[in-house]
Design a protein around this ligand. Structure first.
Ligand SMILES: *[C@@H]1O[C@H](CO)[C@@H](O)[C@H](O)[C@H]1NC(C)=O
Ligand SMILES: *[C@@H]1O[C@H](CO)[C@@H](O)[C@H](O)[C@H]1NC(C)=O
Ligand SMILES: *[C@@H]1O[C@H](CO)[C@@H](O)[C@H](O)[C@H]1NC(C)=O
Ligand SMILES: *[C@@H]1O[C@H](CO)[C@@H](O)[C@H](O)[C@H]1NC(C)=O
Length: 666
């Protein structure tokens, strides 16, 4: 086969070669900023030499009680039956023993704040925190009453609790163990766009907590303890306001889980520990394909929200859905933590909420959270921000219309008291400006393509309203619109004018770096008021986020909540007594956020950790692979281009010597 290259083809190949050269240069270009040096490592705080020793006291009720908030007039929680068959309020063994430590400063997070989010500054040892759920109950030192874990049925306990508290709910539907609710899409089945229904004042909204698991996940003793804690402290402690499910990705479609009840049941029994069988919900890829045939992929990396969207569709009795992965840990009370986040979000105004969601809030530079709000407002000169009257070409927004024409007329009152449609766990970023995020251009079906202002919040966890999930469900199933996992809920919330909030939860760093540098790297240089880059007014724009790969030496090692960080594991290992000396005589290996008392007990402050790996289980999302994908992509295109170049060179030299022949054939 002989192909003749005209001048145009040669020019094209030349341009391609030139571009590939640029790509190589761009890839190997060295940034001239020097790497930051971390601060000297801090060991665990010890008692001051001459002052009184810190003393551990039981936390006061005011720090640990649970209030009924705005629903107290329509509902009072009825205590539920705990794991040992007694009411929660009568059973000491089912209650966490939280402490306060007098004479010891609470460790201060590098971003976020316990006070701002309404989290208690309490401490717990691992034994106090997980003991009620069986941690250490095989050891002589265990001082609690053992529970018969192999006979515990968490779905049944949850159902009992919903039943006791049914008077508070609009619909007190219970969990139906082993029920196959998911089904394939029927030909021509109509899917309606959701409408916003105002929250009725006379019932308590219900929230599903959807824990994401998959076939092949090996549940360790620690996983079990974590799952028990999560169910007990949310569903049972909160009187059925929360209901916990385990949503399991069945990887082997050969199990045919949707063809019979037997297959489904067998898969539940194979893939989930017996205590949790009743709360398992299974899906496989055939289900996702059936509902979203136009979306080009259904894998967890790109479309981790699809199963959650379907969950919202088939489990409609809930108003909100938390999606959490199994590698999340709460070192404090799980239910109070999640509730604090949603309480904070409810009190946020809608105006400029999008801009505020980009800031890594650091009280030492930003003052109170209301100061941050005022500074963002100053940068926007009082305008409404990106989310005010947002409109994209692909659909009509379903969110509420602003109550006033001119945003200046809304003094941050609109939306206060409204539940958030999306609560993200760490700040968000404006996708058109992201330089290094591999999936910044990944989208499907949008009329304006990558010019559509995508909004990305890592990781792919958070709380979504049913309205938001059904809106995404509709867009994917009917219009074939899609964004990457980490940009799905946030982008659709923005485009629909729904309420999006990132509560500034406390996050620690180790090694620690100078805080002013962290402020500059996470938020961008200059005071908040000066952030006026066109199109990004009022938004943070830190290099750690927008040029991630250059700063992985900071993010991958250091934060207590960051998908690639190793710090959560180090905290967890030290807390559970897996490092340092067993006799408690040494603080070696105990990170500074923990406190080791004189008798060797290790106390942890109230944090949400992610990711904590219990065994070889790999995370659902493979975001960590991204630099390798880039490198592989560059390598493949370079190889292709050099082959083309070589071919061209051979072709052109041959044509010089055998022009006649080429012309004959051509
Ligand atoms: C919880 O603590 C607050 C603050 O001390 C108090 O006002 C409230 O009555 C307490 N609620 C319960 C249920 O104990
Ligand atoms: C649970 O474990 C206990 C102690 O090992 C045993 O006596 C009991 O029969 C077990 N129950 C079930 C339902 O397996
Ligand atoms: C927001 O900015 C506008 C315009 O500068 C100003 O009038 C208003 O007082 C500001 N509001 C707050 C809460 O800072
Ligand atoms: C889970 O355990 C099985 C059996 O020990 C092992 O073969 C498998 O590799 C483990 N899976 C993971 C993800 O660690």
């Amino acid at each position: 086969m002989i192909i003749k290259f005209g001048a145009r083809a040669r020019a094209l190949i030349f341009v391609l070669l030139f571009l590939s050269l640029l790509l190589v240069l761009a890839h190997f270009r060295r940034r001239d900023e020097p790497r930051l040096e971390p601060l000297d490592s801090v060991t665990v705080p010890v008692a001051p030499g001459n002052g009184p020793l810190p003393s551990v006291k039981p936390a006061p009720d005011s720090a640990t009680n649970i209030t009924d908030k705005q629903w107290s007039s329509v509902w009072s929680r009825v205590p539920c039956v705990g794991l040992r068959g007694l009411n929660f309020d009568e059973e000491n063994d089912d209650t966490l023993r939280e402490s306060v430590i007098e004479g010891l400063d609470y460790p201060s997070p590098f971003v976020g704040s316990h006070d701002t989010v309404g989290l208690s500054q309490t401490w717990m040892t691992a034994a106090a925190r997980y003991g009620p759920y069986g941690w250490g109950d095989d050891q002589a030192a265990y001082d609690g009453k053992k529970a018969p874990w192999n006979e515990t049925d968490w779905a049944k306990l949850q159902n009992q609790c919903i039943y006791y508290n049914a008077h508070g709910f609009h619909d007190a539907a219970i969990i139906q163990p082993f029920a196959r609710r998911f089904r394939m899409r029927e030909p021509g089945e109509e899917i309606k766009s959701p409408v916003i229904e105002p929250q009725a004042a006379n019932y308590v909204p219900r929230t599903a907590i959807v824990l994401r698991a998959w076939e092949g996940y090996n549940y360790t003793a620690e996983d079990l303890v974590n799952l028990r804690a999560t169910v007990a402290e949310t569903a049972l402690r909160f009187g059925g306001e929360y209901t916990v499910y385990i949503l399991v990705h069945v990887k082997d479609t050969g199990r045919n889980i949707f063809s019979s009840d037997e297959n489904y049941r067998r898969a539940v029994e194979d893939l989930v520990p017996p205590e949790f069988w009743g709360m398992a919900v299974l899906f496989d890829e055939t289900l996702l394909q059936s509902w979203y045939p136009e979306i080009k992929t259904h894998g967890a990396t790109y479309q981790i929200m699809q199963p959650l969207q379907l969950f919202a569709h088939f489990y409609p009795k809930f108003d909100f859905y938390w999606q959490l992965e199994l590698d999340v840990r709460f070192t404090g009370h799980a239910g109070r933590y999640l509730t604090a986040l949603s309480d904070f979000a409810r009190e946020q105004p809608r105006k400029q909420a999008i801009e505020r969601s980009t800031w890594y809030y650091m009280p030492e530079f930003h003052g109170g959270y209301s100061d941050l709000l005022a500074a963002v407002n100053a940068s926007l000169e009082g305008k409404g921000g990106l989310g005010w009257g947002m409109r994209i070409q692909d659909f009509e927004p379903i969110g509420p219309k602003p109550p006033v024409e001119d945003p200046l007329d809304d003094n941050f009152e609109w939306g206060v008291g409204d539940e958030a449609d999306f609560i993200a766990l760490t700040p968000c970023a404006y996708m058109p400006s992201l330089e290094h995020w591999v999936w910044r251009n990944w989208q499907q079906g949008l009329k304006a393509g990558t010019k559509t202002p995508g909004w990305m919040c890592q990781p792919a966890m958070g709380r979504a309203s049913r309205t938001l999930l059904l809106a995404v469900h509709h867009a994917q199933a009917v219009q074939g619109l899609a964004m990457h996992s980490e940009a799905t809920l946030s982008s659709f919330a923005l485009w629909h004018g729904l309420k999006l909030v990132v509560p500034p939860q406390p996050i620690y760093q180790d090694p620690q770096w100078p805080h002013d540098k962290m402020n500059e790297l996470f938020n961008g240089p200059g005071a908040i008021e000066t952030h006026r880059m066109q199109g990004m007014e009022g938004m943070a724009r830190g290099d750690v986020i927008y040029r991630q790969t250059d700063y992985e030496y900071i993010t991958t090692t250091s934060a207590s909540f960051w998908y690639t960080s190793d710090f959560p594991n180090r905290i967890y290992d030290a807390w559970l007594g897996r490092v340092g000396s067993q006799d408690g005589s040494s603080s070696r290996g105990v990170p500074y956020v923990l406190w080791r008392s004189g008798d060797g007990k290790v106390y942890a402050p109230n944090m949400m950790l992610h990711p904590v790996k219990t065994n070889q289980n790999r995370p659902l999302d493979s975001s960590g692979d991204s630099p390798w994908l880039v490198i592989a992509g560059v390598a493949v295109s370079l190889l292709g281009l050099s082959a083309a170049g070589f071919w061209w060179w051979k072709r052109s030299s041959r044509s010089r010597y055998s022009a006649l022949r080429t012309e004959e054939v051509g």
